[in-house]
Ligand binder design. Structure first.
Ligand code: AMP
Ligand code: MG
Length: 495
């Protein structure tokens, strides 16, 4: 089924060389009329792909799944997962197909996967397809995450399929091409653990170590070293999310990648007014995946990974449990330090002080009381003279005596911190974005594309989000929080 004329580069297919039980070979199912909506030429270049000689039509043919590029060995991977706390022993790629891996310019293997490219043996009752809205949403948000400095899967292409998909009514179908350091998830290990298939866990572990954490190979217990490395990457990832107000929305164990990249942009959203309890997902009734719960959930998910690795950590079961438990307990202090460091940077603090936690906590409490926009609060704090009565920060917040007192304490802390104010403010504005994908802006861009076939707002938003730290007067509207009339309270999985 490979298409001899269409080549995009050299595929390596290392995952396809794993034993049969890891995946099912599956070609994409062709679509009626593929039209290329977006193609990430910079990413294609980073991947060392050779797509410059291809027409838009040929790119649409490849990235809709209508032709398998030369050398690719498409497959659907098996995985399990805890969804909202309930274990499902078989999920798998129900609407995603891995074309294979390519080696990028930095020498790293990267997965190229189509999403929405037709049914697979893991589709269950699903149609294997994606609707246009979620595809454009993932394209925008995953690329925005990347430029915000957050590890994330990337968006290579979005193609309109020309077919309809049935969701809440009929929608236009589309195919998304995403790129990941690997799509292996916590749920990939759980799949074999649920079958008590230790040989496969061992094999999967070897693959992940070889590809993502080669240094773990030389450890006394590679399984423990892998667990510790993943814990550290996840702690970094969640700290990053918390710094930018990102709410993932479906932190199921099948949506947690071993690479430490953000994966699966379903009902995710960015918080506006600071509120640790905020939830956007329409299906998250109990707030399991609220903004403030994300670190705890990450630790819970990592404990599920530890359980799957347990038999490989140490031959002595008791010792294995002790080592794994200690590693999982370490998540909290590791995360906490990263969170503190991140918040210090957001506040422009170069030195560490004992009371920083309390200082940060009081600031966040103040934002919550005054329902202040999280993103703008930090951005405005890093602007000009804090002592001036016309401080940009105070111009943003509702009157709050405690917050004004807090500012005095903060100024005193900055004095003790020393250093040059100019440098401090410049450093703050490099970590405090002015543009984030605000939900109402994202929805407006998607509506124009879906209802009017107008990609203009999508492209404009994409362009602005590509430079999140550079404020430009003409883009002011994109920096502002939603008015209550345009506020987005819920996002839908809309798969
Ligand atoms: P997600 O919510 O996207 O993380 O998906 C959870 C599981 O449901 C995965 O096994 C997906 O492959 C599967 N799934 C989601 N949407 C579809 C669909 N439209 N067709 C088939 N499988 C799907
Ligand atoms: Mg998923």
């Amino acid at each position: 089924m490979t298409h001899p004329e269409l080549s995009i580069g050299r595929f390596e297919n290392s995952f396809a060389q794993l034993p049969d039980g890891f995946f099912v070979r599956q070609n994409p199912t062709p679509v009626s009329e593929p039209v290329l909506l977006a193609f990430n030429t910079e990413l294609a270049d980073e991947l060392g792909l050779d797509t410059s000689g291809l027409t838009r039509g040929e790119l649409a043919t490849i990235f809709s799944g209508n032709a398998v590029p030369l050398g690719a060995e498409p497959l659907a991977a098996a995985y399990a997962g805890h969804q909202f706390g309930n274990f499902v022993p078989q999920l798998g790629d129900g609407r995603a197909i891995l074309l294979g891996e390519v080696r990028d310019r930095a020498g790293r293997l990267r997965d190229i996967q189509l999403k929405g490219s037709g049914p697979t043996p893991f589709s269950r009752r699903g149609d294997g397809r994606s609707a246009l809205g979620p595809v454009l949403r993932e394209y925008l948000i995953s690329e925005a995450m990347h430029v915000l400095g957050v590890p994330s899967t990337r968006a290579l292409a979005a193609v309109l399929s020309g077919d309809r998909v049935l969701r809440e009514g009929y929608k236009q179908g589309a195919v998304m091409t995403r790129v990941a350091s690997s799509h292996i998830r916590v749920g990939s290990f759980q799949y074999f653990a649920a079958r008590d298939d230790q040989a496969s866990i061992q094999r999967l572990m070897g693959y992940v170590i070889g590809r993502l954490y080669p240094e773990a190979q030389h450890s006394e217990s590679p399984a423990l070293a892998l667990l510790q490395a993943v814990i550290e990457q996840q702690a970094k990832l969640i700290a990053h999310w918390m710094m930018i107000g990102f709410v993932h929305g479906v932190m199921n164990t099948d949506n947690m990648a071993l690479s430490g990249e953000t994966i699966d942009f379903g009902p995710c959203a960015f918080m506006e007014a600071y509120n640790p309890d905020i939830v956007f997902s329409s299906i998250d009734q109990f707030g399991r995946y609220a903004y403030g719960r994300q670190p705890g959930i990450a630790q819970w998910n990592l404990a599920r990974l530890a359980e799957a690795l347990l038999p490989l950590i140490d031959p002595d079961e008791k010792k294995s449990v002790e080592l794994a438990s200690a590693a999982i307990s370490d998540f909290a202090p590791i995360y906490h330090e990263l969170w503190l460091d991140g918040m210090r940077a957001k506040l422009g603090l170069f030195q560490k002080e004992e009371d920083d936690r309390a200082l940060i906590g009081a600031f966040l409490d103040g934002l919550q009381r005054t329902e202040t926009d999280f993103t703008l609060a930090f951005r405005r704090l890093g602007e000009r003279d804090l002592g001036a009565s016309a401080s940009p920060f105070l111009g943003l917040v509702k009157h709050d005596a405690a917050l004004i007192d807090w500012l005095d304490g903060y100024r005193a802390r900055l004095m003790r911190d020393g250093g040059d104010d100019q440098a401090r403010f410049a450093a703050m504005q490099k970590v405090n974005p002015i543009y984030i994908p605000r939900n109402h802006q994202v929805e407006a861009a998607l509506s124009a594309a879906i209802d009017e076939g107008d990609l203009g707002p999508f492209k404009a938003l994409h362009g602005i989000l590509a430079h999140p730290f550079e404020e430009k007067a003409e883009f002011e509207a994109y920096s502002l929080p939603s008015q209550s009339s345009e506020r987005v309270y819920q996002t839908f999985c809309g798969t």
